[in-house]
Design a protein around this ligand. Structure first.
Ligand code: UN1
Length: 474
């Protein structure tokens, strides 16, 4: 297959530049999918200027709504070819990838509706005769830094609300998903928005740093905790607003009264689908001692049946990791467990996985201070921790720095109700996998997982608008 030579997209035009990076197909490392340039501070400066120039042209809500709907329809129509490109460039399975493109299409449609529902408020003033009006206005030029694991949906859930609320965007996608980003940019560019409404600057850390240093009003980031902290410090030091969605070390509790088949399905889905490369993945399985053996047996059975292989084959359930570097980071995470004497109880198909593949691994005797129980590995790796009863399970679930999502399998309404209020997570999942969220409900975590207001759904308004209050006397 041919290699794509990618260009930045600034002010409505492609801006070619010398490539500095290559993205290879993680299932076939000899295949170079894309050659990627790295944006300089000048490129980013020009993109910010183009975005500023586009702002006045974004003042009409109907035009914005029409463009968002057009992007949604175009994405829906292109779900097959975009899905295949995602599989080829990032290793995501084609079925997941096509589902993701549909999700992105629906996100654009949702925010197309929201553009027409920007409402304000009018208060009765405490002072007679005075009116108080509250409005939600565009924040201005917003930066977006997005990861490779959801290379269309995550950009969609930042770019769509930005446009819906009247903001212009400078977007830096992950260097591992630049070809997918270029395809999404092409779709956006065909939707009739003013030139410069959305600009795309490509590259890795250097381009990201340039974006964080640029005079943007706000920046929304999704990625690792380490990078998120650097982004947040740089952006907030300039006085700009920042939204950062970072990792999770998500726990899933299985109580003695749970439906064990459903729980085992959820474990396998959360821990191993997408090769564990979701911030919502399950890495800690917290099991009541009474059901430890039958649960591990059920999970093991399902792990052995997983179809691991070519991500572009619709039958594949687990593909490779995104890069050789990611594979070695995950292998280090597994080795750190082995160094503490933990041995996998189950391990997919054997340790000799080629290219960027890592076989799914389950440790059955994880302790709460093992590295896998405290830090995000971002691969198909999970460990089981044994507890006695709900209270101990909840305490274990909460004993970590992160708080993105957490799950509970039980038939007890009492425990389910308690969990929703006391699990220290942004998203509680009862009798569901930790991963997999709706696209119209708020998304975000507690503790080290998230910074700033929630993403998605109507909650996105908080980040992408400024609240203005106007008082008027007769
Ligand atoms: C999901 O689980 O459906 O990077 C979404 C991630 C998250 C998105 C997960 N921001 O994995």
């Amino acid at each position: 297959m041919s290699t794509l030579d990618l260009a930045h997209h600034i002010g409505g035009h492609a801006r070619p530049a010398s490539p500095v990076l290559e993205q290879r197909n993680p299932a076939r490392l000899d295949e170079v999918v894309a050659r990627v340039p790295e944006a300089t501070a000048d490129d980013v400066g020009d993109a910010v200027a183009a975005a500023n120039a586009a702002l006045p042209g974004l003042s009409g809500v109907e035009a914005r709504a029409d463009a968002l709907h057009a992007i949604g329809e175009a994405l829906m129509a292109r779900r097959s070819d975009l899905g295949l490109l995602i599989a080829r460039e990032t290793g995501k399975t084609v079925v997941d990838a096509q589902g993701e493109v549909m999700r992105a299409a629906r996100l654009f449609r949702f925010f197309g509706g929201e553009a027409l529902r920007i409402v304000g408020e009018r208060y009765a003033s405490v002072r007679p005769g005075v009116t108080v009006e509250v409005s939600y206005d565009p924040v201005g030029v917003v930066g977006a830094i997005t990861p490779w694991n959801f290379p269309v949906a995550i950009p969609a859930w930042k770019i769509a609300p930005a446009l819906a609320y009247g903001d212009a965007v400078v977007w830096k996608p992950s260097e591992h998903a630049s070809a997918v980003a270029a395809a999404l940019m092409e779709v956006i560019a065909g939707a009739g928005l003013p030139a410069g409404a959305v600009n795309m600057v490509l590259g890795a850390g250097g381009a990201g740093r340039a974006l964080c240093a640029a005079p943007l009003e706000a920046l929304s980031f999704t990625g690792s905790e380490a990078t998120g902290r650097v982004v947040r410090e740089a952006v907030t030091a300039r006085g700009a607003r920042c939204q950062a969605e970072m990792g999770g070390v998500n726990g899933l509790i299985v109580l003695a009264d749970a439906d064990l088949d459903a729980a085992a399905e959820a474990v396998v889905n959360g821990a191993y689908f997408a090769a564990g490369q979701r911030c919502t993945a399950t890495s800690r399985i917290i099991v009541d001692r009474q059901v430890f053996a039958p649960l591990v047996a059920r999970v093991g059975e399902r792990m052995r049946a997983l179809r691991i292989g070519d991500p572009s084959d619709p039958a594949t359930q687990v593909g490779p990791l995104v890069s050789a570097r990611q594979k070695s980071a995950v292998q280090d995470g597994i080795a750190a467990m082995a160094a503490r004497g933990r041995r996998p109880v189950e391990a997919g198909r054997g340790a000799a996985a080629p290219e960027c593949f890592v076989d799914p691994v389950l440790f059955d005797s994880m302790s709460p201070d093992d590295p896998l129980a405290q830090e995000e590995v971002f691969g198909p790796v999970a460990g089981v921790m044994v507890v006695d009863g709900y209270e101990a399970a909840l305490e274990t679930l909460n004993r970590v720095r992160f708080g993105l999502c957490g799950g509970l399998f039980t038939r007890s309404l009492k425990h389910a109700e308690h969990f929703k209020r006391h699990a220290r997570v942004g998203m509680a999942m009862i009798n569901l996998p930790t991963a997999g969220v709706d696209y119209h409900a708020p998304f975000g975590g507690m503790k080290a997982s998230s910074y700033g207001p929630r993403e998605q759904g109507r909650a996105a308004r908080e980040f992408f608008t400024v609240t203005r209050t106007a008082y008027q006397a007769p």
